[in-house]
Design a protein around this ligand. Structure first.
Ligand code: ADP
Ligand code: ASP
Ligand code: MG
Length: 424
């Protein structure tokens, strides 16, 4: 007997038939004698609808500002998961499985005060563990917890993955299974590149990079938690027949295992390609080249909660003036330009230029640490397709390249084949 946390994402619980199918997956594990806690997302599309309503409300009410109270955003958007947790508990009970739903505050999943993007700080798993011991399945609403202000807090988009891994750590689960609409982690988004290959295993650090560079199959924070707490995490499909052979294989379930790099025998140089759309580039021209200028630019941007990503500064020609270019999410462009214009005197620049609708494609692989020439291969392949590179950043295990939006899919496919990742 083992203890398993099973998480089901939005498409897996998109309608009542799918929730019934999810209940069959859960029943399979219960019948095998395991203790089970389930984490669910909102039905697919529901969170987007709720977020849309929150954004519309101030306009409809004639408010001057589009801003709204983040605590009320959380009160609204957390409701999607409440619905699915109740429905799945009913579906399980209908199959004769003892189950009950849990909201974040009932457990309690305690978070910090960052409404809309809260971080889990503490989970008291004792109630769930006791009831699992009595044979009851805990069906937990993902994406939500309770803040120090005693109000609902949500964990940022895709946050149910994080709920699942955090609960798995809290109840010391033997395994955390993330069920989704693809049957594992692929070398790149299989919806963009049909030739993408499913990985049997991927190292934590690579998954962390893939997730932070745009592969939304797992929320970044869930990977961090799995790595820190050594949670054995699998990504697998909810769409397979719950009773198909091998589905209940405890040691070797179908899907992709996220694990320590030592566990991976055949390490490729490049493991995957990720992409992030809707990036914007901002350039400050003829900036004075003196100590403190970067702080004068990025300090105010950080205070305004603008996430700056790639930063490139030119070498000054004459020691007095230089150029600085950086990227922000497209949606933050106006806000960033506003901040920069207000700090113009403190920074000291001539003009600011911006361009939206760009895409960042990234090549990821632990093998890059010990192999030269990986970047050159990417540059050559992109050049052959006539794709212009606007900015480049690298780290030990990744290369990120900024390009024009319309080239995104071509670039992802090109990089995928140039490193021999295509399925044969
Ligand atoms: P869920 O609703 O189950 O949380 P998500 O939509 O958040 O599912 O994540 C699953 C999606 O992630 C897939 O449908 C796929 O399009 C996308 N994806 C992006 N990159 C990858 C990748 N490298 N491997 C697998 N899926 C990926
Ligand atoms: N329902 C939330 C979202 O759409 C959380 C999740 O699905 O993980 O972001
Ligand atoms: Mg998700």
């Amino acid at each position: 007997m083992a203890r398993i946390v099973m998480k089901f994402g939005g498409t897996s619980v998109a309608n009542l038939e799918r929730i019934h199918n999810v209940a069959r997956h859960v029943k399979r594990e219960v019948d095998a004698g395991h203790e089970v806690a389930v984490v669910v997302s909102a039905m697919s599309g529901k969170t987007n609808e709720l977020v849309g309503w929150v954004q519309e409300m101030p306009k409809v009410a004639g408010a001057k500002s589009p801003f709204y109270d983040a605590r009320e955003y959380d009160a609204v958007v957390a409701s999607g998961e409440q619905v699915t947790s109740g429905l799945l508990a009913i579906a399980l009970q209908s199959l004769g499985v003892n189950a009950r739903s849990w909201q974040g505050w009932q457990i309690a999943i305690k978070t910090d005060n960052a409404h809309g993007a809260a971080r889990i700080q503490e989970i008291d798993g004792s109630d769930i563990v006791r009831r699992m011991g009595e044979g009851q399945v805990a069906v937990v609403a993902g994406f939500q917890g309770i803040g120090p202000d005693k109000r609902l807090a949500t964990l940022g988009r895709g946050g149910s993955d994080t709920s699942a891994v955090a609960i798995a750590a809290a109840v010391k689960a033997d395994r955390c299974d993330i069920y989704t609409d693809v049957d594992g982690v692929y070398t790149t988004d299989p919806r963009i590149v049909p030739k993408a290959r499913r990985l049997k295993k991927i190292a934590f650090e690579e998954m962390l990079e893939m997730a932070s560079l745009g592969a939304k199959v797992l929320q970044v924070r869930s990977v961090e938690l799995a790595m820190v707490h050594k949670v054995r995490t699998f990504v697998r499909s909810s769409f397979e027949d719950p009773d198909a052979p091998g589905m209940g294989d405890f040691l070797n379930p179908p899907g992709t295992l996220i694990c320590d790099e030592e566990e991976i025998v055949e390490q490729e140089v490049v493991t995957g390609i990720a992409y992030a759309k809707d990036e914007a580039q901002i350039s400050l021209r003829r900036l004075s080249d003196r100590p403190g200028v970067s702080a004068a630019i990025f300090g105010p941007l950080a205070e305004s909660h603008i996430n700056v990503d790639m930063i490139v500064q030119n070498i000054s020609e004459d020691g007095s003036k230089t150029d600085m270019t950086f990227t922000v999410p497209s949606g933050d462009t106006e806000k960033a330009l506003d901040v920069l214009s207000r700090s113009k005197d403190a920074i000291g620049y001539d003009v600011v230029q911006s361009e939206t609708g760009l895409v960042k494609v990234s090549v990821i692989g632990i093998g890059m640490r010990s192999h030269a020439g990986v970047a050159a291969t990417a540059f050559k392949a992109l050049a052959e397709k006539g794709i212009n590179i606007k900015a480049i950043t690298t780290s030990e295990i990744k290369i990120s390249i900024l390009i024009d939006g319309p080239y995104a899919e071509l670039a992802v496919r090109t990089l995928h084949s140039c490193y021999g990742l295509d399925k044969t």
